[in-house]
Structure formats: structure tokens, C-alpha cells
Design a protein around this ligand. Sequence first.
Ligand code: FES
Length: 280
Amino acid sequence: MWEYTDKVKDHFLNPRNVGEVENADGVGEVGSLACGDALRLTFKLDENKRIKEAKFKTFGCASAIASSSALTEIVKGMTLEEAEKVTNQDIAGYLGGLPEEKMHCSVMGREALEAAIANYRGEEQKKQEFEIVCKCFGITDKEIERAIRENNLTTREQVTHYTKAGGGCQACHPKIEAILEKVWGREKKPAAPVPPPGRKLTNLQKIRLVEETLQREIIPPMRADGGDLELVDIDGNTVYVALRGTCSFCPSSEFTLKKYVESKLREFVGPDIVVKEVKP
Ligand code: FES
């Protein structure tokens, strides 16, 4: 379990500024529900062009909610020029720190703020100009490079903690290593093998592929958010699983099973897979 500061717990249990600003001047959305974290930030300016109101809607873990709450408190009263200087470390610092494995929540807050300011200014989000390095989480090379530079990250594991990139199928690990090498000028390492494509399956192959997909695609991002999943049984195309950790009492567990676990298994194992939860 993660060690949270009292301030993180307070902002998780009593989040400030939850909801959506009416007739918002700026709207920023980052993350995705399938990846376990998503944040929608809205703000309104006063007559002096200072942020009068900022609200958030977050789908995610305790630190994602606390980081969003902290962000809205930090930026209130700021001009946009001041707000765009807010870093993920400012958000984590406001909360008295976050576990390293949860720093991606503070990065998500900073990204939502940037997206909302860009939206106010009528600027296009230019993600397509960059390369999507981590397809599991939609993270670009520029986002990874920025997180490395701003937070002095030196290992791939740290990059995953701060951006989530690399926390799924792991196919992007060589590219993350290459970005680390580019930033810090280290030697290149050989590329990891790519998983084999899907094929017509025997029962035994199906069981193995379900297990591989769970370990490679599904369980690592859940563990990054304090949750876990256990394979209980497979009967034909029905996969029985038990949710563990924070997932076991999460109100969105049904959504996670259908929209995340089942859709990943359908993508990597077969379109007829159905996932059912086994309750303790
Ligand atoms: S592509 Fe990055 S974890 Fe899958």
C-alpha cells in the first residue's frame, strides 16, 4: 500500500472544486478512462483575466483526485501566464509529496492545465506533430522527454511512474530507453522482442494467451494505481477474474472489467471473450 501524506488524504476525502465551471473560458481533458486515469479541468477568468473559478472531474485513484483538487486550489487567483508556470512538482509539493509510483497523477494535472489554457487561447493541441511512443497510454516522445528533464528521471521505471508510459505491454520500453539515452547521452541498448500476432487458438493456447495478456497488458497499469487482478478460471470464452487491492472496492470496478479488461482480452485473445467477476 502507498504511504500518503495527511494533505493527500484530506484532498482525497474532501476534494475541493469538484464539478464543472458553467460557461467555462478554458477546458482541458487528458488521460483516458481505459487507462485508469482521466481528468477534465475547466476554469473561468474574472474581469482582470485572473482565474476566478477552477473545477475538475477526475476518474482515477486517490492521488489523482488529490492532485486535481490541489491543482484547482493552486491556480485560483493566478493569471494564465502565472498558471502556465505551474509544474507537476508544484502540485506534488502542495500535497506534501506523492509516492514516486503516483507522480504521474501530478503530471496529469499539469497537462490538463496546459490543455485548458491552450483551449482558452484557441490553440490546437499538437499531439499529432509528435510520435506516440507508448500506444497503451497514448504518451508522446515530447511528453516523456519533458518529464525526464523536469524531474531528472534516469530510469525507465521512473518514466513509467511519472507518465505511465511503459506500464502496459512493454513494447515501448526500447523507445523509452532511447529517449533516456538521448537526454542523458548514454549508450544504446538492444531492442526487446515484439509479442507474436494473434492466431486461431486451441483451448490450451487460449488459456496461455489470456494469462500472457493479463500479465503484459492489463495487470501492470492496475498495479500502478494500487489495484490488482487474479485469474480464477476460464470456461470456453468466459474468463472469470477476481479484483484485488483498490480495485476490489472501487465503485467503477464494473466499468474497469468491461471497458478495460474485457476489451483488452477481446483485442489480444478473441472477439468473443466475456469477462465475469468472481466476488469473494
Ligand atoms: S506501448 Fe507502452 S506500455 Fe504498451
